[in-house]
Design a protein around this ligand. Structure first.
Ligand code: 5GP
Ligand code: MN
Length: 361
């Protein structure tokens, strides 16, 4: 509770001699980029000769927003006449099946083939440098523009286009493309639409503002086939993954007392589970959406094994808990209602760490 104080603006009306207590500073308003930042980004792109090496990067284990905003923007740079546009991300150069038909994939190269000293680096959807693996050194060597929408963004890199009010990084990417004078075409739009649709949970999350639907409308107007995109991106998975989901759902646990009684539902999947069902890790991305309907829990958590004692942890909240606080406390980041971190130990130990953070007010 904010203490009762004299607001700074009302100080003039305070009786003479009375101590003026200035109102405590407001919660940090995480506004979008300033006009100066937008202009700096536009200038940084347009200053480049058209044969300059432009490197676009996004976070490890790229999701729809990371890939969609990067590939959409990459195609936009090509439309401007840039001839050396390269996209990459850290780690194995595998694009998850739901995104394997995105336009612009021809711009993608394995991390090892990315130019060592590009003229300009553009970074998409990464809240911190730790999400860039071996590519983070490019930010030390080259000028950079960081496009992102995570409130937990650490403000690394050169020019910051970080808008925590944006539903997806693709919202920021579309805005910069518009400022660069790149018209939306169907291929660019498909990438940006996939990014927007995935990061809003199919236009269901609370950042789904009128502006999000207006952008979606402009993207669809280029001739996209939304039903086909949704089937490909959200509603298709191998039968082995369906069986694997069955197992993981079967061992889901409910802790109604967690988070001060708001409740936690959680489950895990091991690398052995993936191997037994012949599945790649990306198939587990949707598992959190399969457990979160549990009405008794505000918070849901999926613990996905990535190494002998290492786990990629996904957290979601229905509104009662700021899960980004939990994720940041455990070394990760994200948004208020969707966040994640890298967990260590056993799955039970990771779950215990989450419960402990949820118990901390
Ligand atoms: P997801 O659960 O879909 O993998 O991630 C949800 C959100 O949390 C995303 O916005 C993602 O950027 C963030 N996130 C997930 N894992 C990590 C992590 O290990 N570190 C950081 N900083 N953010 C993460
Ligand atoms: Mn995103």
């Amino acid at each position: 509770m904010r203490p009762a104080t004299v607001p700074a603006t009302g100080a003039a009306g305070a009786p003479a001699g009375a101590p003026v207590v200035l109102e405590s500073p407001p919660e940090p308003v995480l506004a979008g980029p300033t006009e100066r930042e937008w202009s700096a980004a536009v200038a940084a792109v347009l200053a480049q000769p058209r044969d300059a090496a432009l490197l676009l990067i996004c976070h490890v284990n790229p999701d729809g927003d990371a890939l969609g905003s990067m590939l959409g923007f990459g195609q936009g740079l090509c439309r401007l006449g840039f001839t050396r546009v390269v996209c990459t991300f850290p780690g194995p150069p595998e694009v998850p099946e739901p995104f394997a038909a995105l336009p612009g994939l021809e711009l993608l190269v394995p991390e090892a083939q990315a130019p060592a000293e590009p003229a300009l680096v553009l970074c998409f959807d990464a809240a911190s440098e730790s999400r860039l693996g071996g590519l983070r050194d490019r930010l030390d060597r080259s000028p950079s523009i960081v496009l992102d929408h995570h409130a937990s963004n650490t403000r690394f890199g050169g020019v910051h286009l970080v808008d925590p009010t944006a539903a997806a990084t693709s919202v920021v990417a579309e805005h910069l493309l518009a400022r660069l004078g790149v018209p939306l075409d169907r291929d660019i739009a498909e990438c940006l639409y996939v990014a927007l649709a995935t990061d809003t949970g199919s236009f269901k999350f609370d950042m789904t503002t009128p502006a999000v639907h207006e952008l979606a409308a402009r993207l669809l107007a280029t001739g996209l086939a939304p039903a086909e995109i949704a089937r490909r991106v959200f509603d298709t998975r191998p039968f082995g993954a369906v069986r694997l989901y069955g197992e993981a759902l079967g061992r889901a646990q409910l802790d109604p007392t967690a988070a001060g009684g708001l409740g936690l539902v959680w489950t895990y999947a091991t690398q052995a589970d993936l191997a037994r069902h012949g599945q790649r890790p990306y198939v587990l991305e949707g598992l959190i959406d399969a457990i979160r309907p549990a009405a008794e829990a505000d918070v849901s958590c999926v613990i996905k094994q990535t190494g002998p004692a290492e786990w990629a942890v996904s957290l979601r909240s229905k509104g009662g808990v700021d899960v980004s606080r939990v994720a940041v406390a455990l070394g990760g980041g994200g948004h208020r209602l969707a966040a994640g971190f890298t967990g260590r130990g056993t799955a039970d130990e990771v779950a215990a760490a989450v419960r402990a953070q949820l118990a901390t007010p």
